[in-house]
Write a protein that binds this ligand. Structure first.
Ligand code: TYD
Length: 393
């Protein structure tokens, strides 16, 4: 049973940037999150139907930042060097940012957002535009055989039914096959106070502790954990079948021990986090009110799912934020979900009239600060809420 610890109120689909004429039919739901004390898993109290989020109008391109392009190249290099698989299944292949580093005959891709499945299909990679489940796993195995390696980045945490997901992966794996998957880290979210990681797509926020419990239930075992940078701190989990040949690396127990030390097995820890979130909300509203009272122009940098959650939760609209800038063409000339703040291109929006830019894409702080030297040199300032609300100096 899940026990609720945080309610982020009425929200719309975090990546659901929309046109003016779509406002009337905008989908809303209540976003709250809880802790399962038995398996130690943090999950949304109510899952949003996958077809509402992942369909032919999905807008998030994994290739949209250099940070992520470099990241996926380095994962591909690591996989070739250490595991050299003959057959790879990628679940959640997005725009092909990972699989393009492998030969077409070695990869099968799964991507339920059909606009993205079309992209990788055109690149020559066999792509199934379907949701991962037992039936799809059987279909793929019948057609392509078993797999040496299953890879998934920022995808497993999107799937409500983890038992079915992992047992289907287990079935399609060759003997000695492995799964490598990476998702945002629960410990990092708690430490950074980044409550904006909680949104419709993230059905779960994983600790190594919880994954260890769930994987074991499904005949799988973690043999290595890497703490990696993407999305404000993620874990890359290397998993094998229970009798698989890889030795268990010390990183597994190190991560679990640290999580236990930080109280990730206790409800109290999550209640304290919820208190910090309420304070963060108040601090952000106070800062924006103060800047507006001084006549400053504030915009937001990066039309992220994360910023959609913050703006809806804190009820921040165009009273505070004039517009959001984002490089993704599919998000431009649209409105943010819920608060309906316009999204425009950086070329148009980051001009001399801007005093402050809220870092909606705080996870790319370094890349953005490097890129926006002109804005900073002329006195422009960035605002962040991670790990606490402040103006970056
Ligand atoms: P991300 O933080 O990965 O989003 P989410 O919260 O939805 O998971 O997305 C980053 C967004 O920021 C993406 O829409 C591209 C945009 N972006 C810019 O507009 N300029 C930049 O310099 C960078 C790094 C990202």
């Amino acid at each position: 049973m899940k026990r609720i610890f945080l309610d982020l109120g009425k929200q719309s689909i975090a990546n659901g940037f929309l046109k003016e004429n779509e406002i009337e039919n905008e989908y809303f739901y209540n976003l709250s999150i809880g802790f399962n004390e038995k398996i130690k898993l943090v999950s949304l109290m109510n899952f949003v139907d996958g077809t509402i989020m992942f369909n032919d109008s999905y807008v998030y391109h994994s290739s949209s930042s250099k940070t992520m392009r470099d990241h996926f190249k380095s994962v591909a290099d690591m996989i070739k060097e250490h595991f050299n698989p003959n057959s790879i299944l990628e679940i959640g292949s997005n725009d092909g940012v990972f699989l393009k580093h492998f030969h077409k005959k070695n990869v099968v891709a799964v991507e339920p957002c059909s606009n993205f499945a079309k992209i990788t299909h055109k690149m020559g990679y066999k792509t199934y535009a379907e949701f991962w489940d037992k039936n799809l796993a059987e279909k793929i195995e019948n057609k392509h055989g078993k797999m040496d390696l299953v890879y998934a980045a920022n995808c497993i945490c999107h799937i409500p039914n983890l038992d079915e997901t992992f047992s289907a992966i287990n079935n399609i794996l060759n003997d000695d096959g492995i799964i490598i998957f990476e998702d945002p880290s629960l410990l990092e979210m708690l430490e950074r106070n980044s409550y904006d990681q909680i949104y419709d797509e993230h059905a779960h926020i994983f600790s190594v502790l919880a994954l260890n419990n769930i994987l074991k239930k499904n005949g799988l075992e973690i043999f290595k954990v890497e703490n990696i940078k993407p999305h404000g701190g993620s874990n890359r989990i290397f998993t094998k079948e229970l009798l698989g040949r890889y030795d268990i690396d010390k990183s597994v127990n190190e991560n679990i021990d640290l999580e236990l030390k930080k109280g990730l097995d206790k409800f109290k820890t999550y209640e304290k986090f919820a208190e910090r979130v309420q304070n963060s909300k108040q601090d952000l509203i106070n800062l924006l009110k103060d800047l507006k009272a001084k006549g400053k122009k504030i915009i937001s940098y990066g039309a992220t799912s994360k910023s959609s959650i913050i703006f809806n939760f804190c009820e921040i609209d165009t009273k505070y934020i004039d517009y959001i800038i984002d490089t993704t063409p599919d998000k431009q000339e649209k409105l943010s979900p819920g608060m309906h703040i316009p999204v425009i291109s950086p070329e148009e929006g980051l001009n001399e009239t801007v005093d402050y830019a809220f870092l909606g894409a705080w996870n790319y702080e370094k890349e953005i600060l490097n890129k926006e030297k002109n804005f900073i040199d002329r006195g422009g300032k960035f605002i962040t809420h991670v790990p606490y609300v402040r103006i970056l100096q």
